[in-house]
Design a protein around this ligand. Structure first.
Ligand SMILES: CC(=O)SCCNC(=O)CCNC(=O)[C@H](O)C(C)(C)COP(=O)(O)OP(=O)(O)OC[C@H]1O[C@@H](n2cnc3c(N)ncnc32)[C@H](O)[C@@H]1OP(=O)(O)O
Length: 400
């Protein structure tokens, strides 16, 4: 028998939920100034609380759209601020919050839920699979040069944070989105505003101007390293460019900022071409590849219908989804689309593994080799690799 109740919080309860979440990640409660900003990233009706009768757990979401292979933008819920009080963990509170939240998404017609996981083992059991990855890339500014044939780019304008927060959302909204990118609703920009404003050193934006107006930006701050205070890191927290010229133009600007030894770009796709712009690619380093968005196919038929597929013989998948059993069943995936299907399946996989395949980040054959896909027809595996393969690596670049 459950000893707690789950319900949607009223707006007047959001601050308590925010403080509870912050406590679970070992942050102090929001002070009044922070709460002015934080309140704006709590979407009304988007926060659940667990009570026993005190508030002991919480999870929230905001609405956005996810770009899938082929370019369609599909309704998604960004899931975040999940936490359970340390003295009430491991008694099913998270499971109850996740179940209630996913059933709510399904009822509202949300196709995907996305989250960034604090720990990798938590969310697979709820159907979330690791679907995008990012890389952290650094450059030795003193020794790095762009190749002479690197695209030239246009003017770059330096903005302070207030102005950046006015300009960058519009630039971002106008960009073409690769698979895995999402729209950034107002609530997300307010979260970034809070994070950027509490940064000790000033945050700036370099905005690139292309032929049609602003078409890229790099948000960054410059910090001394603790071990070597005279060494300065230029830390790029957000970098987007709408064209090759904008991307090269932003790098040319960053490499020209004085009193900087090292440039670190915190999140770019794993197929990012930065090293191809450098005259000597050894002046740049991939510091790390990290797990980014975990996606949950809330509505498997709609999700499979929304994306485009590569050229190969059709494959029938048998999908099983213990939490949202309406998703379980057979699906025929072919170059011209996907639909529910009866009959023998070539591959059997759970909804978590399907999420890992869906944006093209993991090949079905790699997952089968790891024992995560049951292969009933060996010819289905190479066909599935081609059907789900994508031209570019999935990446979001939006962290929450
Ligand atoms: C999207 C985001 O917001 S990420 C941020 C997540 N929040 C945090 O990391 C804050 C600190 N941690 C917490 O608040 C809690 O420990 C939570 C939210 C991670 C888990 O809450 P709990 O109420 O303890 O989880 P619950 O008891 O429902 O466990 C559900 C299952 O997940 C497992 N699980 C829970 N936490 C963890 C963990 N940290 N690592 C591995 N497994 C876990 C449980 O063992 C259980 O497994 P089972 O299904 O096999 O029985």
């Amino acid at each position: 028998m459950s000893e707690f109740e789950i319900r949607t919080l009223g707006v007047e309860e959001h601050r308590a939920a925010c403080d509870l979440f912050r406590e679970t990640v070992h942050f102090p409660p929001a002070d009044d100034a922070e709460w002015v900003l934080a309140a704006r990233y709590y979407q009304p009706g988007g926060t659940l609380g667990a009570f026993d009768p005190e508030l002991i757990g919480t999870a929230r979401f905001f609405d956005a759209e996810l770009t899938v292979p082929g370019g369609a933008r599909v309704p998604m819920a960004g899931v975040t601020s999940v936490g359970v009080r340390a003295d009430r963990t491991r008694r099913g509170v998270l499971r109850a919050l996740m179940t209630e939240q996913l059933e709510g998404f399904a009822a509202r017609g949300v196709v995907f839920a996305n989250l960034l996981a604090s720990e990798a083992p938590i969310y697979g059991r709820f159907g979330y699979g690791l679907a995008t990855r990012f890389r952290v890339y650094s450059v030795d500014r003193h020794r790095a040069r762009l190749r002479p044939d690197a695209p030239v780019g246009g003017a770059v304008e330096l903005l302070d944070l207030d102005r950046a927060l006015e300009v960058c959302p519009g630039v971002y909204a106008g960009l073409e989105h690769r698979p895995g990118m999402m729209t950034r609703p107002e609530v997300l920009w307010r979260l970034y505003e809070l994070q950027l404003r509490r940064h000790a050193s000033p945050v700036k934006a370099a905005v690139h101007h292309g032929p049609g107006g602003p078409d890229g930006f790099a948000l960054y701050h410059v910090d001394g390293l603790r071990a070597h205070p005279w060494t300065k890191n230029l830390q790029v927290v957000d970098l987007f460019a709408g064209s090759a010229a904008a991307y090269a133009g932003l790098w040319r600007f960053l490499l020209g900022v004085d009193l900087v030894d090292r440039i670190v770009v915190e999140s770019r796709p794993v197929d990012d071409p930065a090293e191809l712009l450098l005259a000597d690619h050894r002046r740049g380093n991939v510091e790390r590849i990290g797990d980014e968005h975990w996606i949950r196919l809330v509505d498997v038929p709609s999700a499979l219908r929304a994306r485009e597929y590569g050229h190969a013989d059709p494959v029938v998948l048998e999908v099983y989804d213990p939490l949202l059993p309406g998703n379980s069943g057979g699906y025929r995936v072919a170059p011209d689309g996907a639909e529910r299907a009866e009959g023998p399946a070539g591959l059997r996989l759970d909804v978590t593994t399907l999420a890992m395949v869906y944006l093209g980040t993991w090949r079905p054959s790699a997952l089968a080799a790891a024992g995560r896909i049951e292969v009933r027809d060996p010819a289905a595996l190479p066909a599935a690799d081609l059907l789900f393969g994508t031209r570019v690596a999935a990446w979001s670049g939006s962290h929450f």
